[in-house]
Design a protein around this ligand. Sequence first.
Ligand code: DLL
Length: 433
Amino acid sequence: MIYNPEYECMEAEARKRLQLARLKNLVEKLYADVPFYRKKMDELGIRSRDIHSLEDIEKLPFTTKDDLRENYPHGLLACPKDRIVEVHMSSGTTGKPVVDEYTQNDINIWREAMARTMAGGGCTKDDIVQNCYGYGLFTGGPGAHYGAMTLGAEVLPMSSGNTARQLMVMKDFGSTMLACTPSYALYMAEEAGDAGVDLLKLPISKGCFGAEPWSENMRKEIEARYGMKAYDIYGLTEIIGPGVSFECEAQNGLHINEDLFYPEIIDPATGKALPDGGKGELVFTTLTKEGTPLLRYRTRDITYFMREPCTCGRTTIRMHRLFGRTDDMLIIRGVNVFPSQIEHALIEIEGTEPQYLIVLTRGESRLDEVELQVEVKQEFFSDETRGLENLRAKIESVMKSKLQIGVRVKLVEPKTIERSIGKAKRVIDKRAI
Ligand code: DLL
């Protein structure tokens, strides 16, 4: 079902006119209300009157994750603080989170974007949506919640974890749609087997999965294990959360809600627009947001645009499912983690050396496991083992509170971790995705 044909099936020229009008408005507003953008635009000598076509967007400055970090927490706010009704956050590069602050109107836009997204996966008012994306500061839980409610579906706000209870609810309440990370969907499927729950006999028939990289193989496996159609959904906290782009029944690229989020693909090295179909870094401008609107935000996600018409009837531009990122951000159990965050946390712990290695695996259980090898000062090894054990427990607890994920720490003697002459190799990712 197409939730909003007026915007999703808009004629191309009409959409461009709408995007241009919204872009000019945004530039005007950012210049007037956000000193950070005013300064950037003054440096480039550009104002909204210089924007005559969508191509002119290239004259405008980019925004990066570092800009968000430096302006934490409220530096990019574009409206009076008392208009904010909700806040979400995700990890930034060195510990400072990335913040999205929403006005009521922003929440309404998010509802609309997520209603389109979940309708793309077949959600209707008759569905019972088991929402196991995390709630709290993460955008996944509330995003899917708003989308399902807007469509009139029934929502089970499960949040992530407690798999035995997830399976019980799935069975007893007859969930028809699943919303979670793809790796958690597979983990639950494993557990279902052990718990004697036959997923193929349950009414669950579709799911919308995202927040982390996944492959066609994972899709096939989820579809086979649940007897469902599995749809890829994409988004990021900075832009709105989930709801930026989504697959339709054709499962051939993700439709971008481009009347709300203007997309570009650039060469990450030069910042220049790539010819159509070129694979590069995805950049978004939020066309209608009020709280923390962003101009040309560099997502660091790699994809290309697909402009051929889609069989579903939507006319929006599509992006290929992601190929990876231009930076070293890891997504572990759906949580964004930068190796630099780990490094920052370690520096503050007495007794550790700044040498570490992150080893990622995805075992039988299908959940990501993290081993953090840390070099510690020699004296710890000559000490009684209690010292080592205390240090290990301390690092684990610091990591848990800083990263929001459990990490198994292995302490190693100085000079054990292999040194590299060039860029240090901090991560060994053995997950087969
Ligand atoms: O993960 C928003 C979201 C929630 C999307 C639920 C889909 C479903 P962040 O925590 O800010 O927001 O992480 C955003 O996650 O830049 C991508 O690198 C990655 N990502 C998100 N969706 C996908 C996907 C949410 N479908 C970052 N495939 C993004 C691959 C994805 N990677």
